[in-house]
Design a protein around this ligand. Structure first.
Ligand SMILES: [Fe+2]
Ligand SMILES: [Fe+2]
Length: 159
């Protein structure tokens, strides 16, 4: 179960890395949004690496399959048709907020489950990092709503 969870989250982190990078490329004229999305992308890659290290410590064997990006459950690709770049970023971030929460919970559970202190520390740090991601993205959503008032109207229709 621990092994499966580690494998799954490596794939999901690599998916998040790609996705945040894609979103950042849409908002290059907004330095604040760009820096947050680039940070999230870079750190998602670092998380995959931290998980790989934890797997090594715990003697969990990984195969190349485990490094194929996989979309987390609960994320549906944003329907980009007729949407402006800022709308795509806004909706994309909204989707990812849930992933940040589920990731934090998964890493907290792993930290409790493992006995190896080094691995425990890795999972604890990952859980903290996901909490930080969630805060950064929430702040970014609010800034985007203030900068582009048209977003709020669309957001309130329950998209
Ligand atoms: Fe992560
Ligand atoms: Fe994250």
């Amino acid at each position: 179960m621990i092994a499966e969870s580690i494998r799954k989250w490596i794939r999901r982190e690599l998916y998040c890395k790609e996705c945040y990078s894609r979103l950042s490329s849409l908002l290059t004229d907004n330095p604040y949004a760009l820096s947050i999305l680039e940070t999230n992308s870079r750190e998602s890659g670092e998380h995959a690496e931290a998980l790989r290290r934890a797997a090594e410590i715990l003697g969990v064997k990984l195969s190349p399959e485990d490094f194929k990006p996989e979309m987390p459950e609960g994320v549906k690709p944003v329907e980009t048709h007729n949407m402006s770049p800022v709308e795509i970023v806004y909706q994309g971030i909204k989707q990812h907020l849930k992933v940040e929460v589920v990731a934090r919970e998964a890493y907290e559970r792993l930290a409790e489950q493992v006995e190896n202190l080094e691995a425990k520390e890795i999972f604890r740090n990952l859980a903290k990092a996901e909490e930080k991601h969630h805060k950064m993205l929430t702040a970014l959503l609010q800034t985007l709503e203030q900068t582009y008032p048209q977003l709020k109207e669309k957001g309130s229709t329950g998209v």
